[in-house]
Design a protein around this ligand. Structure first.
Ligand code: C2E
Ligand code: MG
Ligand code: MG
Ligand code: MG
Length: 294
């Protein structure tokens, strides 16, 4: 039916390009070709900042598709198609390898040793059973220890079959791989997942963050979720901080890490490399200043 073939092409922030409907079958064929030929998919990187220092702690890898005719296609358009077909598997394998490879480059830079990379893992990929093999291969190929990698899962991944998800993720966690619960607060049983999975980062969904300075209920909710996360030994990340006011309110609420347009949009690897260089320059000036004043 028409409904099955026409995607919900709601535009996603930051992925401009063409926004008319992209028929699923066409999308699938194009994506298959893109995965075979290479060169059209690209990872953007959005920095995450420690709220205390506003230094970069890690980058989240976010996929982009530079379609030869359609321009930049949003992941909201093609990920559902990839999920419904088996294309999510080669796509995810590529993302893991590329993200780990890029992080290894950043880790080798002066002052970059503390960085981590966060990779989004979709439900279809988690449950196909190839995740462990792919993660291990990507870490080995890049020469990374497990604790540099963070897997971002949404509730829908865990809800499907929590016991199985635990079996799949446990061996990776034993190697130091970290788990982040993405879009926290939008699902049905978040708190149970915090209890049952050893989550390193709780990522509060941006719907609670957007209005934090003006909506007192949002502010109380974020404060309470942060306290809950801390009680369970989890770092709390706020997604979608769009203004410096929001950043200040998030600090007030006790969050640990902030991500959002106010501090850094998703950007190509080269741009991320240059902000790392800039940050390192500022840090070394601060070090020199401290030494002079001693
Ligand atoms: P997500 O993992 O929750 O990623 C955050 C999304 O919010 C990103 O959209 C990011 O660009 C956007 N964002 C970040 N800061 C702000 C802000 O301050 N304001 C607003 N309005 N938006 C902000 P993006 O890159 O379009 O990705 C959308 C979703 O697609 C992601 O949500 C994730 O679920 C999925 N995704 C992206 N890349 C991958 C990937 O490589 N693999 C998989 N499986 N999923 C991916
Ligand atoms: Mg994410
Ligand atoms: Mg999210
Ligand atoms: Mg999201």
């Amino acid at each position: 039916t028409g409904q099955d073939t026409v995607l919900d092409a709601a535009p996603v922030a930051d992925a401009g390009g063409v926004q008319e409907n992209y028929p699923a079958l066409q999308c699938e064929q194009d994506l298959r070709r893109a995965l075979e030929r290479g060169g059209e998919l690209e990872l953007y990187y959005q920095p995450q900042f420690a709220l205390g220092t506003l230094h970069i702690t890690s980058f989240e890898a976010l996929i982009r598709w530079n379609h030869p005719e359609r321009g930049l296609v949003s992941p909201a358009e093609f990920l559902p198609v990839a999920e419904r077909t088996r294309l999510i598997i080669p796509l995810s394998t590529w993302v893991l390898h590329e993200a780990c490879r890029q992080l290894a480059v950043w880790l080798a830079r002066p002052g970059g040793q503390h960085l981590r990379i966060a990779v989004n893992i979709s439900p279809g990929y988690l449950h196909n059973g190839l995740l462990q093999r792919d993660v291990e291969a990507a870490l080995v190929a890049a020469g990374l220890p497990g604790n540099r990698l963070e897997l971002e899962l949404t509730e829908s991944s865990l809800l499907f079959d929590p016991a199985r998800a635990n079996e799949l993720l446990g061996p990776l966690q034993a190697q130091g791989v970290r788990l982040a619960l993405d879009d926290f607060g939008t699902g049905y049983s978040s708190i149970r997942h915090l209890r049952d999975f050893q989550v390193s980062n709780l990522k509060i969904d941006r719907s609670f963050v957007r209005q934090i300075c003006v909506d007192v209920l949002d502010r109380r909710l974020v404060t309470a979720l942060t306290a809950l996360g801390h009680e369970l030994g989890t770092s709390v990340v706020a997604e979608g901080a769009e203004t410096m006011d929001a950043v200040a309110c998030l600090r007030e609420a006790g969050c640990d890490i902030v991500q959002g347009y106010a501090l850094g949009r998703p950007m190509p690897a080269a741009a991320a490399t240059s902000i790392l260089g800039h940050e390192e320059m500022i840090k070394s000036e601060e070090r020199a200043e401290r030494e002079r004043s001693q």
